[in-house]
Design a binder for this molecule. Structure first.
Ligand code: TXA
Ligand code: MG
Length: 317
């Protein structure tokens, strides 16, 4: 049987309207955000959300982030707080996800939250994501658009490499500028925010805004705090961290001024490194050789990069 085709759309109003129609019809559409490409479905449609889990081969206990066009839309689904207002004013639209209690009458499919009474929600800044949300006029559940356990996609080509024939369409609007997923912050308990995942907004910036420190994000072996599976973001090849030189047979992913096969940022800029991270891992993985990776400083976006690298290097099942 021939594979069903995945349509490649662009960010024109006509194509965004087509994508919105597919979503309204319960189909899956991958779209760019400033962090990574997301695999979108109508968050109110249980069958559509189930199709996300099926396309990704994702464990069903791992809940999804819901994307909305602005903070006003977010407030339809969650119980809002003053802290949420301060964070949203400062960082939305942008790579910050807030976890808040679900609100009465929210209408979100329980498959999105995997049965939790909280919802992870964010307002993406990318123009195509914004255009799609406005055309669709509803909440979109969207995990990263890769098969479960694989490297997140930062181009439409990455999406097609993993999911072609398994999703209705992908909107191609070029590479993602941030390159690591959003920072996830729980603001549901006692207004004491907890960092659930380091990401595209540096934790230091959030701490400066709130005037308090956040408990550091830690990889959790059992996903009680869901989604923190240790082995995630994995290339096929073995990964070795904190490498200063390649051993025989290895390819070396560098950082800063050094001899290597690919460099995340020759000028040691952490934002540039984040933007290059998944693309360079995809490229080195394609060589079929073990990947050695240079040390990355544990500050700012370096915390998100190191979190993803530790997962890439974690023991596999
Ligand atoms: O940048 C991003 O966040 C990308 C783009 C597409 O927006 N999305 C993304 O989604 O990374 P995903 O599904 O790959 O990651 C969702 C993370 C998981 O670690 C999940 O466990 C956590 O969010 N999460 C979702 N709902 C949660 C909740 N109610 N409580 C705690 N964690 C939650
Ligand atoms: Mg993901």
């Amino acid at each position: 049987m021939p594979k069903p085709q995945t349509r490649v759309l662009d960010a024109s109003p006509a194509d965004l309207a087509r994508a919105a129609d597919l979503l309204a019809d319960g189909q899956l559409v991958a779209f760019p955000t400033e962090t990574v490409y997301g695999l979108g479905a109508d968050a109110r449609n249980g069958a559509a959300v189930a199709a996300i889990y099926a396309a990704k081969g994702r464990p069903a206990f791992n809940p999804l982030i819901v994307h909305v066009e602005d903070a006003e839309a977010a407030r339809r689904y969650v119980r809002w707080t003053d802290t949420a207002t301060r964070l949203a004013d400062a960082f939305w639209p942008g790579p910050l996800t807030l976890v808040l209690p679900l609100r009465e009458g929210h209408g979100i499919s329980p498959l999105v939250t995997a049965g939790l009474d909280t919802l992870a929600i964010r307002v993406p800044a990318h123009r195509a994501a914004q255009g799609l949300l406005r055309a669709f006029d509803g909440p979109l559940a969207a995990p990263s658009a890769n098969p479960s356990g694989r490297i997140s996609p930062t181009t439409a080509a990455h999406v097609l490499a993993g999911l072609e024939g398994r999703i209705a369409a992908v909107i191609d609007d070029g590479p993602c500028t941030v390159g690591v997923e959003s920072t996830i912050l729980a603001v549901d308990v006692d207004d004491a925010p907890r960092l659930l995942r380091a990401g595209g907004i540096a934790a230091e910036k959030i701490e400066a805004l709130l005037g308090r420190s956040l408990a550091p994000a830690q990889p959790v072996a059992t996903p009680s705090a869901p989604g923190q599976l240790a082995s995630h973001y994995a290339p096929d090849a073995p990964v070795r961290l904190n490498a200063t030189a390649a051993q025989p047979g290895e390819v070396l992913l560098g950082f800063g001024d050094m001899d290597c096969d690919l460099n995340l940022s020759p000028r040691a800029d952490l934002s540039e490194a984040a933007a290059n991270l998944f693309g360079h891992l995809h490229a080195l993985d394609a060589t079929g050789r073990p990947i050695a990776i240079a040390p990355i400083p544990e500050r700012g976006l370096g915390r998100a990069i190191n979190d993803r690298l530790r997962r890439a290097a974690a023991p596999r099942d």
